[in-house]
Design a binder for this molecule. Structure first.
Ligand code: BEZ
Length: 252
């Protein structure tokens, strides 16, 4: 079994992962939030997007498991609830559930989708973007190669859930949703923070298995990736692929 065990520190996230919320424009367009709507931001992180939705006049609740991230969201004035995505405690309370770059961390999608469905009022919508099939494939492959060469645990390289539109569409329908649209979108993403910081922020657990050799293992992963993800100016791009969808709970 692979292990996620991701811990989030809001300050690191702000330094190395701000691009995640900066690139949320298209999925926010799909959400098309209206003034007065009650919106659940699932996996709200440090609350940057929740705050944006509040400024647009929505009544937002942010939900996340990371205490550090929730503290940062609370500091922005976002009302938050600490809960796992797999055990959402809401009942017909929201006009929309929104999620950006969080669902792929939730590796039991069945309970997540059931909880989202329960949280929506009849007619409510679920609009989200997550890593899709093929997301960060080169990065995962390089980590696996380094683990294999070092006799480490390859499964720690890529514990995420990156489904195809067909698989996720079927899961949404099984949970009771009607899928309005679902798309797989390659989105190569420039990493201003560089690859080493990305690896540290998002896959520290993988490198911890190498103990004092962690920096060396990280350099080996970078070396493998340089020919495909780094340009001649030394700028890194991650091979992101997004799965974006809009689904509704029928019965308004
Ligand atoms: C993503 O947003 O696609 C992602 C971020 C960190 C690790 C893996 C995937």
């Amino acid at each position: 079994m692979s292990e996620i065990r991701q811990t989030w520190r809001a300050a690191d996230y702000d330094k190395s992962a701000r691009f995640v919320s900066d690139l949320a424009g298209p999925v926010l367009e799909w959400l098309a939030p209206r003034r007065g709507e009650r919106i659940l931001d699932l996996g709200c992180g440090d609350g940057v997007i929740s705050e944006h939705l509040m400024r647009a006049g929505c009544r937002v609740t942010g939900v996340d498991v990371s205490r550090d991230m929730l503290e940062a969201a609370r500091a922005r004035g976002v009302p938050v609830v600490r809960a796992s995505g797999e055990a959402l405690p809401f009942e017909a309370e929201f006009d929309a559930v929104f999620s950006n770059a969080a669902l792929h961390w939730m590796t039991a999608p069945g309970p997540v989708l059931e909880g989202v469905f329960r949280a929506l009022r009849p007619g409510g919508r679920f609009v989200a973007e997550m890593g899709g099939h093929g997301n960060v494939a080169a990065i995962i492959t390089a980590m696996r190669a380094v683990a294999r060469a070092r006799g480490g645990d390859e499964s720690l390289a890529g514990p995420w859930f990156f489904p195809t539109p067909r698989i996720y569409g079927e899961m949404l329908e099984r949970a009771g949703f009607k899928v309005r649209r679902i798309e797989l979108i390659p989105r190569p993403t420039r990493l201003d923070c560089g690859m080493a910081a990305w690896l540290k922020t998002f896959r520290g657990v993988f490198f911890e298995q190498f103990g004092a050799d962690a920096p060396l293992a990280r350099a080996e992963v970078e070396d493998l990736l340089r020919p495909v993800l780094c340009d001649e100016k030394g700028e890194w791009t991650a091979d992101y692929v997004r799965l974006r969808f809009e689904a509704v709970k029928d019965g308004a």
